[in-house]
Design a protein around this ligand. Sequence first.
Ligand SMILES: Nc1ncnc2c1ncn2[C@@H]1O[C@H](COP(=O)(O)OP(=O)(O)O)[C@@H](O)[C@H]1O
Ligand SMILES: [Mg+2]
Length: 260
Amino acid sequence: MTAAAHPLFEAEGLGVTFPGRGKPVDALRDVCLTWAEGEVLGLVGASGSGKSTLGRTLMGLQRPSGGSLRFRGEPLTGPRDRDFRRRVQMIFQDPYQSLNPRRTVGAQVLEGLDVQGIGAPGEERTALAVAAMERCGLAPVDRYWHRYPRQLSGGQRQRVVIAAAVALGPEALICDEPVSALDVSIRSQVLGLLAELRRDEGIGLLFITHDVGLAWALCDRVAVLHLGELVEYGDVEQVLGAPRHPYTRELLAAVPAPRG
Ligand SMILES: Nc1ncnc2c1ncn2[C@@H]1O[C@H](COP(=O)(O)OP(=O)(O)O)[C@@H](O)[C@H]1O
Ligand SMILES: [Mg+2]
């Protein structure tokens, strides 16, 4: 997979500055990167390095203070439109951030389809929601449809969030520490689902993680953020297999052993 293929997102000199107490904080400084169609791009770095800020800025949840962004070659400025919100979805660490505790699973998977006007209301739309839930391992669907988020395990809740995203037929998922809050035993299942979505549906993933080992296992390319700056960026084998930057080596030192 080469970045040149068909870019989903392109960032050029991207900066985000927060006012902060006393002096401003540069959460991102002059970030240039490309996330290609169907690619799993890892975004790694320690806590506070700016990973979430970058994900939120791509989503339009955070306004950049400098630089430019493109999506599918088109400049991306201001609030994102409905079409963008169908094509690009965000998965947070905590599924409760995306789920409404007072609505059933079925209602929440249907909600995005309603908002986007996908499929005829009624049977057709319900069938799309059911198919997405099956695709995401929530089968038999009857068992989950009428439940509330609190009645599910953490892994099941994250599957509901992913199913609600997948139902809309997205091209890109921005996954911000999607398994960090899950039990270790559940993590690989949810990661397996994300990998399948990329393989089978060609959905590009921005995989944000502080866990370099996870990035190594899942990503095609990886970008390393350190205090808001991109210190290393390239094929995963190159960046994590033969790191050039001391900070990348430091991150890797915390990983028990490389895969393979
Ligand atoms: N809304 C905000 N207001 C002020 N500072 C923020 C805000 N969000 C993030 N920051 C600061 O920006 C930096 C990067 O944060 P973040 O993107 O959350 O890092 P990460 O996701 O890598 O842990 C940190 O110094 C953080 O304190
Ligand atoms: Mg974060």
